[in-house]
Ligand binder design. Structure first.
Ligand SMILES: C[S@@+](CC[C@H](N)C(=O)[O-])C[C@H]1O[C@@H](n2cnc3c(N)ncnc32)[C@H](O)[C@@H]1O
Length: 304
């Protein structure tokens, strides 16, 4: 099960209309897709992507039980491909797009997928189980320098070089708990979160090239919107949110020349406007009901 984060805020932001065409780039357990289909009854349609075939199977069941599956098209692909996959499925000039980034509770709580240090499982972490590279391959085959770069870049782990060296000295490392215990054994601070939290986040982002997907998917999403159409992006860590914030700022600005330049030479024109400058965060009631929502940030853009 996965509880949709910022559910009402996403619907309020996308302002769904009956007859509209919508894209859900991250289907998961289908919560946002279900909300969109219910809000656009009887003719609205949703094209939904997920890299995880299990998510598609579960969401298909849920949408079927709610009587809306006939208006949904679910495809096993990355939202990074939406620039070609959406038109190929008849979705152009769309009214709204949602990207709810990262992983679902179904994935995090799986006893076999290797996303969590709480359960002993092979170090896998692939969203798409047909992909080739697993977390075990990165951990056991990369140099200490490359591992440290991943921990630093995607986990903002301050002791990235130290942990990378310890991992290399203790290879092979094949299970989640083996890696988590190793990191914990060298951790010298009392922390609120498990000392391996950032290392696990970094490996997951690297295995799934999550920032690469966002870099390709975000401009493709804006391109697919019709004028007045809206894009909603929920991110869960500062790396993603920073990228979304900077992209939205640049795309909503007419001139991106350096401020010290007296005359504009960039010919850049805004393609979106931001209905709200600041990111929306979950209410304290939502965080109390679903603590995993606490780091969520929602940003909305409207195509000009
Ligand atoms: C936070 S969950 C989405 C939950 C969903 N909004 C709901 O309400 O049930 C994120 C989902 O996106 C999927 N995902 C992550 N990166 C993806 C990508 N590049 N393309 C497609 N799906 C992706 C994950 O497999 C996961 O199922």
């Amino acid at each position: 099960m996965h509880i949709s984060v910022l559910f009402q805020e996403v619907l309020d932001g996308l302002q769904p209309n009956a007859d509209g065409l919508y894209i859900d780039g991250t289907l998961g357990f289908g919560g946002h897709t279900l909300g969109l289909l219910q809000a656009t009854s009887p003719n609205g349609r949703v094209l939904a992507f997920d890299r995880d075939q299990n998510a598609i199977t579960e969401a298909r069941k849920r949408l079927g039980e709610n009587g809306v599956l006939d208006r949904a098209r679910l495809i096993h692909a990355s939202f990074a491909e939406m620039g070609t996959a959406a038109p190929a499925n008849g979705f152009t000039n769309v009214d709204g797009i949602i990207l709810d980034l990262g992983l679902s509770s179904m994935q995090l709580d799986s006893r076999t997928r290797g996303f969590s240090f709480r359960y002993a499982a092979p170090l896998d972490m692939r969203f798409d189980e047909t992909d080739h590279v697993t977390a075990a391959e990165l951990v056991n085959e990369l140099s200490a320098d490359s591992l440290a770069d991943i921990f630093w870049r995607y986990g903002e782990e301050k002791r990235s070089r130290f942990f990378a060296r310890k991992i290399v000295e203790n290879r092979p490392i094949t299970s989640t708990t083996q890696l988590a215990d190793l990191i914990a054994s060298f951790s010298n601070r009392k922390q609120r979160t498990h000392p391996a939290t950032q290392i696990f986040q970094a490996l997951r982002i690297a295995v799934n090239d999550e920032l690469g997907a966002l870099e390709r998917g975000l401009p493709a999403a804006i391109e697919l919107l019709k004028p007045g159409g809206r894009l909603a992006v929920i991110s869960f860590h500062s790396l993603e949110d920073r990228f979304v914030k900077q992209s939205f700022r640049e795309l909503s600005t007419d001139c991106i020349c350096p401020p010290q330049q007296p005359i504009c030479t960039c010919d850049h024109r805004a393609v979106i406007r931001l209905p709200r400058r600041k990111a929306t965060q979950p209410s304290s009631a939502e965080i109390a009901a679903n603590p995993r929502s606490r780091s969520a940030r929602l940003r909305i853009a409207e195509k000009l």
